[in-house]
Design a protein around this ligand. Structure first.
Ligand SMILES: Nc1nc2c(ncn2[C@@H]2O[C@H](COP(=O)(O)OP(=O)(O)OP(=O)(O)O)[C@@H](O)[C@H]2O)c(=O)[nH]1
Ligand SMILES: [Mg+2]
Length: 244
């Protein structure tokens, strides 16, 4: 029989986040909800994984680490984390960045949305105006128009389609065939939402304020943007043919 105490896991992929890693771990464990953390580190050259290992004895049983051999991308990092979370029996599974763009204080608001009936809660920058701090205007516009484009192509009513701050109810991840998730980067975030949407699960956007990273370096690249633009069309096409 499964444990009756509900368990929440926050998955954080890291690549060269040494400036943020310890601060992030301490912040998450200072919250009232007893979240567990899973860090998926891709052999960061700056030694992020070593920092996590030194903290593991202090937070025994709550701080978990999976080390991969090299930079394999955000999408596969999350899929590795999702599979682990399901095996370990977690009920609520979160995605969050390590760079404090996502405010850990909002984890509890996402959790409440799912506890109150949503299957997927999305920390949304665009549900009440545009809540992005310190991004150059060009990047804000690109992200906002990308969301409009994705809504048009997919028919989803989600305002922040590329958001990466989320809480899934376990049953959503159990229902997704991860082998069929093709896109990486921002495309991965879109495809996970589209898959959840197509299966008819209840999606709720929770307004958040997103702040550009202060420490560490960006892993964003133009390639990821192109992949998302073309990938969304291909994704819609595949889903159209699957119906017939
Ligand atoms: N494990 C793993 N983590 C990654 C990889 N790429 C990015 N990350 C992590 O994923 C999260 C989001 O990456 P960011 O670099 O912040 O991407 P972004 O938010 O689009 O761009 P910036 O905030 O401008 O840097 C961070 O915690 C990164 O450390 C990767 O290939 N593997
Ligand atoms: Mg970031």
């Amino acid at each position: 029989m499964r444990n009756t105490v509900e368990k929440s896991l926050v998955i954080i992929p890291t690549y060269n986040e040494i400036e943020n890693a310890e601060k992030m771990v301490r912040k998450v464990f200072s919250l009232q909800t007893p979240f567990h953390l899973l860090i998926i580190d891709d052999n960061s050259p700056d030694g992020t994984a070593a920092v996590i290992k030194t903290l593991q004895s202090e937070f025994e049983g709550r701080l978990h680490l999976i080390e991969r051999s090299g930079k394999l991308g955000l999408g596969t990092a999350y899929i590795t984390g999702f599979k682990w979370a399901l095996e370990q029996g977690y009920d609520y599974i979160f995605e969050m960045d390590c760079d404090f763009s996502h405010n850990p204080d909002d984890l509890e608001r996402l959790l409440s949305a799912v506890r109150n009936g949503a299957d997927l809660a999305i920390g949304s920058r665009y549900i009440s105006g545009i809540n992005v701090i310190n991004w150059p205007l060009g990047r804000v516009l690109m992200s906002w128009f990308a969301s409009v484009y994705v809504r048009m192509v997919t028919g989803m009513s989600i305002m922040d389609t590329t958001a990466g701050f989320k809480c899934y109810r376990r049953r959503v991840l159990e229902a997704i065939n991860f082998d069929e998730i093709r896109l990486v980067g921002y495309g991965f975030q879109i495809e996970m939402k589209f898959t959840t949407f197509k299966m008819g699960y209840k999606i709720k956007e929770v307004p958040i304020i997103f702040t550009d990273r202060k420490e560490g370096t960006s892993k964003m690249s133009g390639g990821i943007f192109n992949e998302a633009m073309w990938g969304v069309l291909k994704m819609k096409w595949r889903s159209f043919w699957k119906k017939y």
